[in-house]
Design a protein around this ligand. Structure first.
Ligand SMILES: CC(C)(COP(=O)(O)OP(=O)(O)OC[C@H]1O[C@@H](n2cnc3c(N)ncnc32)[C@H](O)[C@@H]1OP(=O)(O)O)[C@@H](O)C(=O)NCCC(=O)NCCS
Length: 162
């Protein structure tokens, strides 16, 4: 169902009550999903910033990043397979980028499997560029990760009036 028929898509921060629904998106979207305890830890992680996309009360995508000092590191981005290819990945990524910038991040990076063409296209479309390769990064398959990212300039400190 499209946005026209199923109602508007809301982007909001996740909360504890979303755990089951986020886990369901994760399990549907990834061959090697994170488990429940990984998400429980993230709920209590003070550097974590997670967002969900919700339509008519259903969580259809989620993603997040850690903000460590002024570096935003994306941990996951996932759209439920029933809703992929409709611009939701773009919507979610844009919320992550905007929030990271608002929180003062000067860089925004992530790792992606070299074979993940859909994700690479999404990231390139948002202005992220390949910054390096992490050979054999994924323990499950031994696949390389591409390190992708973008940087923002730190705002110069305002000169105080003498
Ligand atoms: C990667 C993912 C988040 C993209 O979300 P999405 O909602 O399907 O993507 P969008 O519809 O917003 O499309 C974004 C761009 O990617 C492209 N794209 C989407 N799916 C694609 C596919 N299967 N093959 C090639 N390009 C694809 C779109 O064409 C679009 O580019 P365009 O604007 O130039 O046309 C989604 O496919 C997903 O959840 N995959 C499984 C989990 C995953 O791999 N996450 C990334 C981990 S790093």
């Amino acid at each position: 169902m499209g946005e026209e028929t199923a109602g508007p898509i809301i982007v909001r921060r996740w909360e504890k009550a979303d755990l089951e629904a986020v886990l369901a998106v994760e399990e549907a979207a990834f061959g090697h999903p994170w488990n429940r305890s990984a998400f429980e830890e993230e709920l209590d992680n003070p550097v974590a910033n997670y967002f969900v996309l919700e339509q008519a009360g259903r969580i259809i995508a989620y993603g997040g990043f850690w903000l460590v000092l002024d570096e935003a590191q994306v941990t996951n981005v996932a759209v439920h397979p029933d809703y992929q290819g409709r611009g939701l990945g773009k919507k979610l990524l844009s919320a992550l980028l905007d929030t990271a910038a608002e929180l003062g991040a000067v860089s925004f990076t992530l790792e992606v499997r070299r074979s993940n063409k859909a994700a690479i296209k999404l990231y390139e479309g948002a202005g992220l560029r390949v910054q390096g390769v992490r050979p054999g990064y994924y323990a499950d398959t031994g696949e390389d990760a591409l390190l992708m990212g973008c940087t923002w300039h730190a705002e110069p400190e305002e000169e105080g009036e003498a």
